[in-house]
Design a protein. Sequence first.
Length: 294
Amino acid sequence: MAKGGKLKGRIRSVQNTRKITRTMELVSTSKLKRAQDRVVAARPYAQALRKVLADLVTPELADRFPLLRTPAPPSKGGPTRAAVILVTSNRGLAGAFNSNLIKEARRRIDALEAEGYTVDLYGVGKKGIGFFRYLGRQWALERQDIGDKPTAEHAAEIAEPLIEAYAAGKLASVDLVQAQFISPLQTPPATVKILPVETPPADVDAPVHNYILAPNAEAIVERLLPLYVRNTVYRGLVETAAAEHGARRTAMKNATDNAGEILEVLKRTYNRQRQAGITQEIAEIVGGAAALQG
């Protein structure tokens, strides 16, 4: 059993650690609110954009736009390269948040390579980039400057080269590995297909809208498709940023609670040792006084 001095040192160490984890929990809670607001603000626009595309895109139009066409597999002369964008955080101390995203990316990479594709990796966030760099994989793009406040400009910088490569027939698909922000406690990883653009089927029960299109549906779809791709990347960035703060808040709260439990055990042990020492000293004093009287 540790001596009293060592126990006091461990108590001070755990107290200091608890202060740090508690502070990080409060910081993540503060940042989570702003990040969550960005997620909520981005969703209605994305849903409206998706609905407009679903209303405008017809089988005839789909054949005219490269971003809507699914290329042939490599065995039939299609592109041999595919792209995977991995979004992680720049910092750790968020539990299994980054490791879950990395596992999801590895699962998708393995699936693509099993189909005969060569995978180009596009990384956002230091944790994911560092992991695959350690494995010896090369990155087609590394972005560690975005942080937890992504903008539409950041999304455009990532998406534009991929749009051009896909339209030129150099890529077979583009997937985005991100975190889904369901709630601060639920942030599962997900793979979102960015290219080819998959529009939802038209709802037969929905009311028919007689749009007045100017100049025509083809020109509008041509402008909306790149915008839709950029918006999908932006949503992935903001949802992952919000999920990171939620995961870190949960991890730091658990660490703070665990530190409190450890402190209780250490203090109880220290007090028992202290009481045992005092009792022993009293017994020695009483025994010495009795010896002197006898």
